[in-house]
Write a protein that binds this ligand. Structure first.
Ligand code: SAH
Ligand code: SF4
Ligand code: F3S
Length: 482
């Protein structure tokens, strides 16, 4: 068992694509490694693969980069400010390197892939640049650096899924874990850098996904989140577990397989795509109590014209149809979204269309962003980034205010009711309180109660709420639940 201490992350930070710092002190013999991650959940899952590869090399690790021999920063390119944050951090590592010239500094992830060898030219202190599909090469690349050369591997792959590498769990709670089920993205949303940094979409084989989920459950984990940029297009073809017949597995079938591991293992997944989410997926969610009633279904914009420019390949009406299907098939399903304010040529009326669809859906939660032009994307090549910063900012704040209202509205619906939650541990704000999420992914905080511990399912009566959190008390008897 490896003791890994991570900075706690909020729901908010998980999807910002830029906010979170992870320092992962792995403890073993040998040289010392420090890893820090930025970006989406996929990047955090990748850091767990990287940690596994280097542990096999006998690395000791540390939570303090000042005592490390190797510092890795796993980077995100999704918006300009995400990259700026990485550069600021690199200059701090640079100061350390001047003090300790033997320190090896490596840049991993999406920024490594986007900038490639330019990174080595621009940032003199960086020794090694490794793209998301080249982590198996890390030991060789580190050897090259030790023999006095700069090293780089940014080859993207059509096959790599790291299926056989057992991730070192960097999430300290021992209750919830991510499982990557696919890599890359074949959509070409015009604003998005991910297809360039992560390469072609490929699905991981279901046998290794099942084995990973089963292993986590056997080790006491109670919740897994299946990760992909577009989980609805998961598709795998190959031999069944006995190697006898050829099978094809889609996302609904994969969900069902994982749900059948145990009713005590909760399943979440992210991200769903409005063009691909099928009724079959919705019926599968409805059929199994342990598949959480929560769907992250990013809309990006409420205007069909803007959606077309974004190359999202659905319209406002199509999106509303998918929302209606969710509400019909899974009546108590929570829905969250990603929204971009101020995309190229967006008019005031089109911005209003975004606000009006937010009224229609009443999202439980939304991640909201100001459009940030990314070099090389379709939008950067085809359209002018013509919405002034102050207009983007104002539209974003209108979106944020609307979202705060609907988040509060959604949470208020739980007040006075009793919900079943999975206890994740003590609350961030006070160790006298516990926290956990309900089925719909709402965070619930309640006073620590004797006999209740992390990893248990408990019923909590909700007494009140803020716009982000439900507050309540544990009830002992099994009640009628929502
Ligand atoms: N695969 C997911 C999204 C991954 S990126 C999906 O299709 O929904 C997470 C979010 O970042 C996106 O949904 C989008 O809202 C936002 N984003 C991506 N590129 C952006 C850009 N150039 N400017 C602002 N926000 C962006
Ligand atoms: Fe980017 Fe679109 Fe792919 Fe999401 S689906 S990762 S927004 S290209
Ligand atoms: Fe960022 Fe790459 Fe994820 S660009 S959001 S870390 S896929």
């Amino acid at each position: 068992m490896i003791d890994l201490q991570l900075t706690d992350k909020t729901h908010d930070e998980e999807r910002q694509g830029e906010a979170l710092i992870v320092d992962a002190p792995l403890v073993r013999n040998g040289r010392k490694l420090y890893i820090e991650s930025y970006g989406c959940q996929m990047n955090f899952a990748d850091s767990e693969i990287v940690a596994s590869i280097l542990l096999d090399q006998g690395f000791e690790t540390t939570g303090d980069y000042k005592e490390a021999d190797v510092v890795f920063i796993n980077t995100c390119s999704i918006r300009e400010n995400a990259e700026q944050r990485v550069r600021n951090r690199l200059s701090q590592f640079g100061a350390e390197k001047r003090r300790n010239p033997k320190l090896i500094v490596g840049v991993l992830g999406c920024m490594a892939e986007r900038l490639k060898s330019k990174f080595l030219e621009e940032e003199k202190l960086v020794d090694v640049v490794v793209g998301p599909d080249a982590y198996r090469e890390l030991p060789q690349l580190l050897s090259e650096v030790e023999s006095g050369h700069k090293a780089i591997n940014v080859l993207l792959s059509r096959e790599e899924t790291y299926a056989d590498i057992s991730p070192v769990r960097l999430n300290g709670n021992g209750i919830t874990a991510f499982i990557s089920i696919m890599r890359g993205c074949d959509n070409m949303c015009s604003f998005c850098v991910v297809p360039f940094t992560r390469g072609r979409e490929r699905s991981r084989d279901p046998h290794s996904i099942m084995a990973e989920a089963q292993d986590l459950f056997d080790r006491g984990y109670k919740e897994v989140t299946l990760l992909g940029q577009n989980v609805d297009s998961y598709k795998w073809k190959g031999n069944d577990a006995d190697d006898s017949t050829e099978i094809e597995v889609n996302f609904a079938q994969l969900l069902e397989k994982v749900a059948l591991i145990s009713p005590d293992l909760r399943i979440r997944f992210s991200t769903s795509h409005p063009k691909d989410i099928t009724d079959e997926v919705l019926y599968t969610i409805a059929k199994y109590d342990n598949i959480c009633n929560y769907i992250h279904l990013p809309i990006q914009s409420g205007s069909s014209r803007v959606l077309e420019l974004m190359n999202r390949t659905y319209t406002r009406e199509w999106y509303i149809n998918r929302i209606d299907a969710i509400r019909n098939i899974i009546p108590d399903c929570a829905i969250s979204s990603d929204i971009i304010a101020g995309f190229c040529t967006e008019t005031e009326e089109e911005h209003q269309e975004t606000l009006s669809i937010m009224d229609y859906v009443k999202y439980d939660f939304a991640f909201t962003f100001s459009y940030s032009e990314r070099p090389g994307t379709l939008a950067a090549r085809k359209f002018e980034d013509d919405i002034p910063e102050d207009v983007k900012k104002r539209r974003l704040s209108e979106i944020l205010i609307k979202q705060q209202e609907t988040s509060l509205y959604r949470l208020q619906q739980f007040v006075g009711k009793t919900v079943r939650i999975l206890v994740e541990g003590t609350s961030k704000k006070s160790d006298k309180d516990f926290c956990g999420r309900n089925d719909q992914n709402a965070m619930v905080v309640f006073p620590a109660t004797e006999g209740v511990s992390a990893g248990q399912y408990v019923y909590v009566h909700i007494d009140r709420c803020t716009s982000a959190t439900l507050l309540g008390t544990v009830v002992v008897e099994e009640p009628e639940i929502v």
